[in-house]
Design a binder for this molecule. Structure first.
Ligand code: DHB
Length: 391
């Protein structure tokens, strides 16, 4: 007979959203089990964006002193925006009095996994979830690393299992139920051993396409340049990669060094058609995907979880359904704002392969209006640093 485990909340996916949710629930006195098909090592070494909004850092700060985001991470009070070789600084501090922290996502995950294990959390790696039965007594059907079947009976199931979510269909009915947008370009990303090329991140719109010069640590840098989505990462030599990057930031001398990782990031915008059905809900990439420009993904996931944690505590401890009933509406307000912001930064900074002369001129006009206007700079700063979590 398949062993059945009981818990109050079954959380599928041990990314930032799932782990943070288990943490907030434990603080409220609600038990949960977190399942992930990946190994702990895989989770902690997946390289993702490194920008934490102020609200994300504030939330990490309030739930324990495990957040190294403020000490190991670095505060950034602005970015450089390069428009056709002209360099403009967007000063977040002056525009909106907020900031972001550069602290890679895998570091956040290491902190969260360590804190959850230290707190005695039931966190299971190598568990493949095969399906979820929804309804009022939801069940999770899974298979452990040893191949043995496992059933979890819960009061509530949360899908924090990423863009290829298995839980999603228990909420939306089918995978096509949602809103999608594809983009005709992608990012060629590298990690290299080199010192930073600038104090702040550089986002550049050049006649040769977009580039982003980001950072990871004093000795490791992350950079991206716009490419065709079908680009083969092995097709370019290191020399050619540096050539592509350098020509897109003509006013800056890039610090180069050995490239030890290359990847192609495809762009997509997606919002699930439903975020909750009965006693199953979605958070993070299972509920929505944004293109990477502006690094909203993890921040948005953390914002979902904050709302859902309060809603689940009210439901499961006080039998109060009001917050869970309006979880989708409240979460979607922010999700669509972030969708707009990510789409806007993406389309403003990239050159579509079929862009006409008019499109290019209009885009230059948009960028000039932005950098030359205090209101434009404030709009970018507000979205980039993130809207307050209490909104
Ligand atoms: C990074 C990624 C982003 O999408 C972004 O806007 C800024 C930084 C990064 O990986 O460092």
């Amino acid at each position: 007979m398949t062993p059945t485990v009981r818990t109050r909340v079954a959380i599928v996916g041990a990314g930032p959203a799932g782990l943070m949710l288990s943490h907030l629930l434990a603080q409220a006195g609600v038990d949960s089990i977190v399942l992930d098909k990946r190994s702990r090592d895989e989770i902690e070494s997946t390289i993702r964006a490194g920008i934490l909004e102020q609200g994300t850092v504030e939330l990490l700060d309030t739930i324990g002193d495990f957040s190294r985001a403020r000490t190991v991470g670095r505060r950034h009070d602005g970015i450089e925006l390069h428009v056709e070789g002209e360099q403009h600084r967007i000063d977040f501090a002056a525009s909106v009095g907020r900031a972001v922290w550069l602290y890679p996502q895998h570091e956040v995950l290491r902190d969260l996994v360590a804190a959850r294990l230290a707190g005695g959390q039931d966190l299971r790696f190598g568990v493949d979830v095969e399906g979820v039965d929804g309804g009022d007594r939801p069940r999770v059907h899974a298979r452990g690393a040893d191949g043995a079947a496992l059933e979890i009976e819960a009061d509530f199931v949360v899908g924090s299992d990423g863009s290829r979510s298995v839980v999603r269909s228990a909420v939306t009915g089918d995978h096509q139920n949602g809103y999608f947008r594809e983009y005709p370009f992608a990012w060629f990303g590298i990690l290299c051993e080199a010192p930073p090329s600038a104090d702040e991140l550089i986002y550049s719109n050049s006649p040769d396409g977009f580039a982003l010069v980001s950072q990871r640590s004093p000795a490791v840098q992350r950079m991206y340049f716009q490419c065709d989505p079908d680009t083969d990462t092995t097709a370019l030599t290191e020399h050619e990669i540096w050539g592509e990057l350098q020509k897109r930031v003509p006013g800056t001398v890039l610090q180069t060094g050995p490239i030890f990782q290359r990847d192609v990031l495809r762009f997509r915008s997606f919002v699930a058609g439903e975020l909750r059905r009965d006693r199953v809900a979605l958070v993070g990439d299972a509920a929505h995907t944004v293109p990477p420009t502006g690094a909203k993904g993890m921040n948005l996931a953390i914002a979902d979880v904050r709302l859902l944690a309060d809603a689940l505590a009210a439901l499961l401890l006080d039998d109060d359904e009001r917050l869970i009933d309006n979880y989708p509406e409240r979460a979607l307000r922010r999700i669509w704002k972030a969708q707009h912001f990510s789409w806007w930064m993406t389309t403003m900074l990239h050159t579509a392969p079929d862009a006409s002369g008019f499109d290019r001129g209009r885009q230059r006009g948009e960028l000039r209006s932005l950098v030359e206007s205090a209101a434009g700079r404030a709009y970018l700063s507000e979205g980039y640093c993130g809207w307050p979590l209490d909104e």
